[in-house]
Design a protein around this ligand. Sequence first.
Ligand SMILES: Nc1ncnc2c1ncn2[C@@H]1O[C@H](COP(=O)(O)OP(=O)(O)OP(=O)(O)O)[C@@H](O)[C@H]1O
Ligand SMILES: [Mg+2]
Length: 279
Amino acid sequence: MIITENLEFRYYEGSNEEVLDNINLKIEKGEFVAVLGHNGSGKSTLAKHFNAILLPSGGKVYVGGMDTLDESLLYEIRQMTGMVFQNPDNQLVATIVEEDVAFAPENLGVPSQEIRKIVDWALETVGMSEYKRHAPHLLSGGQKQRVAIAGVLAMKPKCIVLDEPTAMLDPIGRKEVIATLSKLNREENITIVLITHNMDEAVCADRVIVMNTGSIIMDGTPKQVFSRVDEIKSLGLDVPQVAELMHELRKEGFDAPSDVLTIEEGYKAIKSMLERNVQ
Ligand SMILES: Nc1ncnc2c1ncn2[C@@H]1O[C@H](COP(=O)(O)OP(=O)(O)OP(=O)(O)O)[C@@H](O)[C@H]1O
Ligand SMILES: [Mg+2]
């Protein structure tokens, strides 16, 4: 779905500060990838290469096999990879939810009957059908963000890249958005790239990529990445709370597993330790 080859990026011509430094990455169709990294590590800069908002200073980016440096493919690339940003208020343009979702296909000149179908499908998919006649500004943050996702879905993308879509949301809104992304990935086979600072969200992905100063320094399943607790912490990042608890228990000499990430798994691990009464 997305390939980067020796990708390098500098914001200023002639600047020797590499914001992205030789990134080689392959994201397969249908993957759900979380991207982590501390502030300024290059996550947003990388994400913007995935739909040609930014173009490589060196190396290549291919989206669905299309070279982003080929200007004639810009429209197709943007249609294939949709972007969702942090602030839903900046992404909603119309005064009625369904009009907002219809905005992109209308601009593309899709026939109105077809638009009706696409809009209904997109709102249904994000669970917002009952709000289709509502005003976006009266919705909760999580609902607004789901409408923004429906707006991207209306382009029928194969991939959606989300740059901290839950950062401004309350816990309920966060859950709604992450559940929506999991559903899109599972049921529509849409490739998801989720940039987040929330480790419990990263656990929902199939694969976690960790960036540091413009490079990818870890890439694996959530269990593989989050078992490297000390390394993650040395990068100024957290691990999911349950992984942290297991790590602390291990330090105290308990035989706690290193691949435990969810509360349910943590509960089972502790129960089993108590039953075995091992220290
Ligand atoms: N428009 C820009 N012009 C110049 N430098 C920029 C620009 N945007 C980002 N940078 C610099 O590029 C580097 C990477 O920034 P980027 O926004 O990609 O990081 P990030 O990982 O998304 O950070 P955050 O977690 O804060 O969103 C930083 O050093 C940043 O200061
Ligand atoms: Mg960012």
